[in-house]
Design a protein around this ligand. Structure first.
Ligand code: AMP
Length: 532
């Protein structure tokens, strides 16, 4: 019985399990690589390739290659078209998951079924739901969706006896995530999280591409616009730029051959023309530290570097310069997230309360005997010292409500701020606006602002509901309570009530972008029809 941790990355994915010695181990793919590019290439006749082979197709058939799909998770307005078929972000992610699960299964000689999949800490509810559905569409039993920095901290620090405050600086291929975590007594608490899910190593690649285009066009007189319009040339350059960037982590300069020219780039030039990107990660880091400070964090024991892009020497150097008193350590940049997820999954399996029925659905396919065996033999203190890992999380978005305020105008007012520890409950004591009101509109929003009053443009609507009917003849200001509850998985539920009359309304949060059951079935059928 194995439980797998899957780091479903923007640019690379990785799968790991905990071996019989209690150590987390990455399973290489069929191409003997420890990470697989999260790239999918469609071919005529329903064949798809995933990974390096798909990436190579960028050169020859870029229109049928889909990459960085993670940036589209939870969005309804995105579909990828290939050979007259539409694919949702869940379906594309499912294809990637299928490939890495299949390869790992073949390498180990057993089916990959029970998994924990990771996502950035600031993924909202819809993105998490989409990640889970991608796992289901790939035929996997998704035990949990775990935050990437928490997984990294598990693989790094859970054995630490001393309490520690750790900042996880995670710069991957397509996301930047900074998370402040407290580790103590096998409990991992996320104190604050921030970052930018549209920034990552890809942006550094693009800077190289722009530089190469500019220099090569200067040399051969070709127009920059015509190069950008040439998909094949651009596909070729994308690969070369990433390669050059990786080489610059080892060498002082590289030469890129492109469009008949050779462009030389030194590491210091590279550092210079990408410094705005690096600086923006430092700004985001300070913003998150400020949030943590408000919650009592006044010192850091270490900064953990996670994500492939932290291999760029500029990252380590800049962080040491900015935070001279905090040790900066590498945390197995490519593998720690998958390994931590596997460790968490196994720990979950060892300690969760499973009944027989769970084996058909949400729980791991594990027998009571296996569970006892796990507790006896597995890491995190063996035998009587074995302990469950407790994970405490925060919400990554603010929850707000529309109110008529003292200026007699409607405003959206934040009620629960991001980085509030969950589970949590909050009661808003409000009142009717006018006499004789028989209904009260309840509009709830999600946003990432840190202000109390938020512009509607920055908000995503979660609920558009109504409490009523209220008894006739109520005066203005009749008491209306809105109770917000967020559970440990970040799921929000809202009740509005007028206590004197007993009028209560439970309001469902509408995940507008989530696939319905029927839609998920369609995606499963599509994915299953492909030869991966
Ligand atoms: P991850 O999403 O954590 O797998 O990170 C993938 C990103 O790390 C991609 O943008 C890679 O180009 C980048 N990366 C991997 N190795 C290196 C390296 N040696 N130097 C610079 N960037 C790297």
């Amino acid at each position: 019985m194995k439980i797998f941790g899957i780091d479903l990355g923007t640019t690379y994915s990785c799968i790991a399990f905990v071996n019989e010695y209690g150590a987390a181990e990455v399973v290489p793919n069929a191409e003997s690589q420890t990470t697989t590019p999260s790239v999918v290439a469609f071919e005529e006749g329903g064949t798809v390739s995933v990974g390096d082979a798909a990436k190579e197709t960028l050169n020859t058939d870029p229109d049928n290659v889909c990459s960085t799909i993670k940036r589209q998770m939870g969005k309804r307005d995105f579909t990828f078209y290939a050979f007259d078929q539409e694919y949702t972000p869940e379906a594309i992610s499912a294809i990637i998951l299928k490939k890495i699960a299949k390869d790992a299964g073949e390498a180990l000689g057993e089916e990959v079924k029970d998994v924990v999949i990771t996502c950035p800490a600031y993924f909202g509810l819809e993105e998490r739901e989409a990640t889970k559905k991608a796992g289901i569409a790939a035929g996997l039993n998704v035990l949990a969706i775990l935050n990437e920095p928490t997984a990294a901290a598990i693989s790094y620090g859970i054995k630490t006896e001393e309490p520690q405050t750790v900042m996880v600086y995670d710069l991957g291929g397509g996301t930047f995530d900074v998370t402040i975590i407290k580790v103590e007594n096998n409990s991992i608490r996320v104190v604050a999280t921030g970052g930018d899910h549209m920034m990552g190593g890809k942006d550094w690649d693009e800077k190289i591409s722009s530089y190469v285009i500019e220099q090569s066009c200067q040399a051969n007189g070709e127009s920059v616009d015509s190069v950008y319009a040439d998909n094949e040339l651009m596909g070729d350059l994308e690969l070369k730029s990433e390669k050059a960037k990786k080489q610059l982590s080892q060498k002082d300069s590289v030469k890129v051959k492109f469009n008949g020219e050779t462009v030389e780039i030194s590491r210091s030039q590279f550092d210079q023309f990408t410094s705005d990107l690096l600086e923006s990660t430092i700004t985001k880091t300070h913003e998150t530290m400020l949030e943590a400070e408000k919650k009592g964090v006044d010192h850091y024991d270490k900064i953990l570097l996670v994500g492939g892009s932290t291999r760029m020497p500029q990252v380590d150097a800049r962080l040491k310069q900015e935070f001279p008193n905090i040790p900066v350590e590498f945390c197995d940049p490519d593998q720690s997230v998958a390994k931590g997820a596997a460790m968490y999954g196994l720990n979950m399996a060892a300690f969760a309360e499973f009944s027989e029925k769970d084996n058909n659905g949400d729980g791991p396919t594990i027998t009571k005997e296996e569970q006892e065996e796990l507790r006896r033999n597995v890491f995190f203190g063996t035998g009587s010292q074995a302990k469950p890992i407790t994970i405490k999380n925060v919400i990554s978005q603010c929850i707000a409500v529309k109110l008529i305020c003292e200026d007699n105008k409607e405003h959206i007012v934040n009620q629960i701020f991001k980085n509030t520890e969950i589970p949590c409950e909050h009661v808003l004591h409000a009142g009717t606006h006018q006499a004789n009101q028989t209904t009260v509109a309840i509009e709830i929003f999600e946003n990432a602002s840190t202000d109390e009053y938020v512009n509607e443009d920055l908000c995503k609507a979660l609920v558009d509901g109504e409490l009523g009917p209220l008894p006739a003849g109520l005066p203005a200001g009749a008491p209306i309570d809105v109770v917000f509850k967020i559970d440990e998985n970040g799921l929000l539920s809202i009740d509005a009530e007028h206590k004197p009359s007993g009028a209560v309304k439970h309001l469902e949060v509408n995940l507008q972008n989530a696939l319905s059951k029927e839609e998920l079935q369609e995606e499963i059928a599509k994915v299953n029809a492909l030869h991966i």
